[in-house]
Structure formats: structure tokens, C-alpha cells
Design a protein around this ligand. Sequence first.
Ligand code: HEC
Length: 199
Amino acid sequence: MNQNSLWKLLSGLGLAFGVPWVLMIVVPYNREALAQPVEYAEGEEVAGNFAQYPSSVAATVGASDFGAEIYVREGCVYCHTQMVRPTYAGPDMWHEGWGGRQGQMRETRPQDYHGESVAMLGYQRIGQDLSNVGSRMDREALHRILSNPKSVSSVNMMPAYRNLYVKNGDEWEPTSDAEALVDYLLSRKKDQPLPAELK
Ligand code: HEC
């Protein structure tokens, strides 16, 4: 190969991989990662007293990083996503409760992961999307499905996480790991209202 064709090959490869890399990774990363929080305009109704969006408070209320670690360790992320897709990409918003609390349902925005060390997007849905599970289930219901999924529905394919519970008579009592995991799940609320200028 002479030097001229080597140069052509290298610049061809550079263009073929470099341009998509810049457009699909560098540009979106910078746009999202460097986005500044937006203050709510005066008079905008915001439940929960948030002064700005994204609010790191939304991501961390009641959540422990330890709970997130258990979520990863136990493999929840293999069967559950945490991303309500825009309607052009799928029917997520048609599933009741996936988009959040009644009256403030919406699709997930990249900034909703603000304050989380890892965004648990997940990649397949054997079970429901959990972006807003903290808005539709309470502590008791979460312990019930984790300790005994079949008690929720007989066709439930979710594995029972008995390793996180201790049997006491007929009851499954949560260990501190189970409580931390449930704290984390209860904090999954990605439905903070958007300031008007971001809608
Ligand atoms: C093998 C796949 C699988 C794994 C792993 C898994 N789940 Fe599930 N999960 C499911 C399925 C399937 C359902 C739906 C059950 C039904 O409604 O019948 C479900 C339902 C749920 C629900 C109820 C959601 C709702 O909206 O009703 C919660 C909460 C949940 N899972 C949390 C977890 C957590 C936390 C973990 C990790 C400790 C986990 N899951 C691991 C498959 C899985």
C-alpha cells in the first residue's frame, strides 16, 4: 500500500467513525451534561416546593445509594427499565401509572437522572417500567412483590427475593437490605412538573 492510499484509508475511517461519534455522543453528551437547572417562573404551580428543575432533591428523597447498589446486585436492572419513552418511540404513556402521578404524567427527560450516580435505564422489559414506581406502590406492596411475587399474580415471572427476607412463622420479614431497596424504589418518581419553558 503506498502512502497515498494509506492516507485515504485512514481519513475514510476517521470520517466514517469520527463524524457519527461527534454527532451521536459528543454533541448530545455536552447538551445534556452541561444543561443548567431551570428555575420555575413565578406563579408556576409546583407540588413539593421545588425551586428549580431538575432538582437533585427529587432524585434522592428517601433513597440511599446502598438501595441502588442492591438494585444492581440483585439484577432488577435486567428485567426493568427506568425510562418512560416518548410516545413516538413506544406506548409507555398508555400504561397506567408509568408516566407518574395522576394529573402530572409525562415522559422521562434526560435531566430527570440529575443527582443519580448511574442512570438505571435498563435495556429490556420483562416487568414494568419503574421510573415512577414510587408514585404507584407503597412500602407494603413493594415488600409483598419482592418476597412473594406469586401472591400478586399467579403468572408472575418475577423471581422471589427470599434472600432479602427472613422467615418468621408465616411472615417474611425484611432485612435491612430489603428496606434499603424499597427506600430506593419509593424514591423512583420522575414526574416532577417541568417549567413552562422546557415543555
Ligand atoms: C426475571 C425478570 C425479573 C427480575 C430479575 C425482576 N423482576 Fe420485577 N417484575 C418482573 C415481572 C415479569 C413483573 C410483572 C409481574 C406481574 O404483574 O405479573 C415484575 C413486577 C415488578 C414490580 C411491580 C411493578 C408494578 O408496576 O406493578 C416491581 C416493583 C418489581 N418487579 C421490582 C423488582 C425489583 C426491585 C427487582 C430486583 C430485586 C426485580 N423486580 C427483578 C420481572 C422481573
